[in-house]
Design a protein around this ligand. Structure first.
Ligand code: SF4
Ligand code: SF4
Length: 322
């Protein structure tokens, strides 16, 4: 999402709406990735772990998702999981409907199973394939969604590759460069995104980046974007990586997104990550991009983020008293 996309949504924010919607379309996933936020025990707070939440299938899921979209009227819908391809039959019905509605949809997948070829004709669909590093590391972390399978399953599609940088990827200089080189060569890949691993409060894992790791990763990304045009890393995203916000209240992305879990009722807070994420170490690309955009000064005077925060407060007030 860019500055151009934010401004038209202002009216909705004023009316108390959140213009971005994210849905965990299923609780199921055949993978068990280390560092997966969706299956962290604290992800849904008191609503319990995602795998134990009731989810929907078939007609009930199709009708449920359509009802949610009609209710929230988002300008952008993110479909995540679990693994969305587990529900490919329902998505075969839903995605063409969203396309006819003109709704931009991003579907985040591990590409563990074939992506239906009919989806390539959906102009509003953005397929985002999660790949955790080069083949040896990725295959260890994300089997059965191995490199071999991904390469087979994306044939005929145009996809965005999304890599979350963890500490393990920074032990060898030039790792991110090698990653960008490999995926840049694949004709199916139209863009490459990098996020930085965002930890939960109190987390001590192999994935968590130290401040030095974070600085090293950002420095390498600055070089990588110069060499590989498919790597999308705007100055706004860089600004957000370099200077993350302190809390969810300051996070534009969290403030403008409604995140629903697999029962289509449970709200995920404070953002898609759920639980208690450490905003000061946030590496979410979307949040970084919006944070960077929010620091732009309108007319050289007031920050866009302050205007958005004020608009949202006014919107909530209006909704409350109306
Ligand atoms: S594919 Fe995604 S949802 Fe499934 S375990 Fe891995 S990170 Fe979690
Ligand atoms: S997206 Fe990042 S900055 Fe925003 S609330 Fe979540 S962890 Fe915090």
């Amino acid at each position: 999402m860019t500055k151009k996309d934010i401004l038209p949504t202002w009216g909705r924010i004023l009316r108390g709406y959140r213009p971005l919607l994210s849905i965990e379309i299923t609780r199921e996933c055949p993978l068990r990735c280390p560092g997966c936020y969706a299956y962290a025990p604290e992800h849904l707070g008191t609503a319990g772990p995602l795998r134990e939440l009731s989810d929907l299938k078939g007609e009930a899921l199709i009708e449920g998702v359509l009802a949610v979209v009609r209710r929230f009227r988002p300008v952008h819908l993110s479909i995540v999981g679990g693994e969305p391809l587990v529900r490919f039959r329902e998505l075969n019905v839903l995605l063409p409907i969203f396309n006819r509605m003109g709704l931009e949809v991003q579907l985040v997948t591990s590409a563990v199973r074939p992506i239906p070829i009919a989806w390539r004709d959906l102009s509003n669909l953005h397929l985002c394939v999660s790949i955790d590093g080069l083949q040896p590391e990725h295959d260890r972390r994300r089997a059965p969604a191995t490199y071999d399978r991904i390469l087979r399953h994306i044939v005929g599609h145009r996809v965005i590759v999304h890599c979350t940088i963890t500490r393990q990827q920074l032990t060898r200089p030039g790792y991110l460069q090698e990653f960008a080189a490999f995926w840049s060569e694949q004709p199916e890949v139209r863009k490459i995104w990098f996020s930085l691993y965002t930890p939960q409060a109190g987390e001590r894992t192999e994935e968590r980046l130290s401040p030095q790791d974070r600085a090293k990763a950002i420095a390498e990304l600055v070089q990588v974007r110069e060499v590989f045009p498919k790597v999308e890393l705007t100055n706004e995203m860089l600004e957000g990586f370099l200077h993350p916000v302190e809390s969810p209240e300051e996070c534009i992305f969290a403030q403008v997104t409604t995140c629903l879990s697999a029962d289509l009722k449970t709200l995920i807070t404070p953002c898609q990550l759920g639980g208690r994420p450490v905003c000061k170490e946030c590496g979410c690309l979307a949040s970084a991009g919006l944070t960077g955009i929010g620091r732009h000064k309108l007319g050289g005077l007031v920050q866009l983020s302050n205007v958005l925060a004020a608009s949202e407060r006014i919107g909530r007030f209006i909704t409350h008293v109306a």
